[in-house]
Design a protein around this ligand. Structure first.
Ligand SMILES: NC(=O)c1ccc[n+]([C@@H]2O[C@H](COP(=O)([O-])OP(=O)(O)OC[C@H]3O[C@@H](n4cnc5c(N)ncnc54)[C@H](O)[C@@H]3O)[C@@H](O)[C@H]2O)c1
Ligand SMILES: O=C(O)C1=N[C@H](C(=O)O)CCC1
Length: 266
């Protein structure tokens, strides 16, 4: 009987953290070993299973990663990086970073930490989203020499509670397109009188409505026809299952920075 992988969830009382906690408890290969929240959280000391609706599990929400675990899954907020990253780096604990909205400096901190511990980092843990990322990259490569030019716009829709915009996923879609097509300017919304649209830009548009768990459309607009590639989530579990797969992957890797392409074999 192989040992269960010990998992810590950072942001355990959040929308995603609750799903990760519940699915970790339900996974026969995993053991929930720690459920972490910020020290002043009103959820401190509460049973993590009860918080996520899975029933009492005997793991109470705490603020410090005390015990050795096989992997940490982080769905928190950018301000949590200063606590969780050193905690994993110092003890070489494998880490899955799903949080978005980081600054460039924070992303550099994460890359540096990956020199001493394995980290999977992705703005979306969804298999479908990561597959569409490959399709978008392929489409951009084919279309890059279109004679009349191709106008790429990225539309993302998320729930009203989302604090960052545009989504990390949208930004990554834009990065993939620009790597193939060379756009240098990333324009977030438009207003006033910006004039005719130059080819050398990608536009981003962030809708925040209701309880939408995440939808992205990448528009390739040409003279005479348009390609829309859309991927939409139905529940947060599309991200949660990917995160659990990432934890099982990262627990056995050597130090380095990995993506969901490595986890999913894409
Ligand atoms: N990569 C993906 O697949 C994916 C999918 C969904 C959401 N996300 C990202 O995950 C993050 C969380 O999303 P959410 O909807 O669950 O948000 P949320 O606000 O519901 O949850 C965030 C949780 O982190 C906690 N937190 C804040 N500071 C903390 C700290 N210092 N230490 C520990 N916990 C702390 C909050 O108390 C909260 O419970 C966002 O950045 C979001 O963009 C990523
Ligand atoms: O619910 C969120 O917040 C999500 N955030 C990620 C992003 O910013 O790309 C993934 C989609 C859901």
């Amino acid at each position: 009987m192989p040992d269960l992988l010990k998992i810590a969830v950072n942001g355990a009382a959040g929308r995603m953290g609750q799903r990760i906690t519940a699915l970790t408890i339900a996974d026969p290969e995993l053991e929930l070993s720690a459920a972490l929240e910020y020290a002043a959280s009103p959820q401190q000391g509460h049973d993590a299973g009860e918080v996520c609706g899975a029933g009492k599990c005997g793991v109470t929400i705490s603020s410090e990663l005390v015990h050795r675990v096989d992997a940490v899954i982080d769905f928190s907020l950018p301000e949590a990086l200063d606590s969780i990253l050193p905690a994993c780096e110092e003890r070489q604990i494998p880490l899955v970073i799903a949080t978005t909205g980081y600054t460039d400096a924070q992303r550099e901190q994460i890359a540096a930490a990956a020199n001493s511990t394995p980290i999977v980092m992705a703005p979306s843990m969804s298999m479908a989203v990561n597959l569409v990322m490959k399709l978008v990259s392929d489409a951009a490569r084919v279309l890059k020499d279109n004679t009349d030019g191709v106008d790429v716009e990225i539309i993302e829709r998320h729930h009203r509670f989302k604090e960052d915009a545009p989504s990390g996923t949208a930004l990554h879609f834009g990065k993939l397109v620009a790597e193939q097509m060379g756009q240098e300017n990333h324009i977030h919304g438009r207003s006033g009188r910006p004039g005719q649209r130059p080819h050398n830009e990608i536009g981003y548009h962030a809708l925040r409505t209701g309880d939408n768990v995440g939808e992205h459309t990448i528009v390739f607009g040409m003279m005479g026809e348009t390609i829309d590639l859309t991927v939409r989530g139905h529940t947060r579990d599309s991200y949660a299952y990917g995160a659990l797969a990432a934890a099982k992957f990262v627990a056995s890797q050597k130090a380095g920075l990995y993506s969901m392409n490595d986890v999913l074999g894409l």
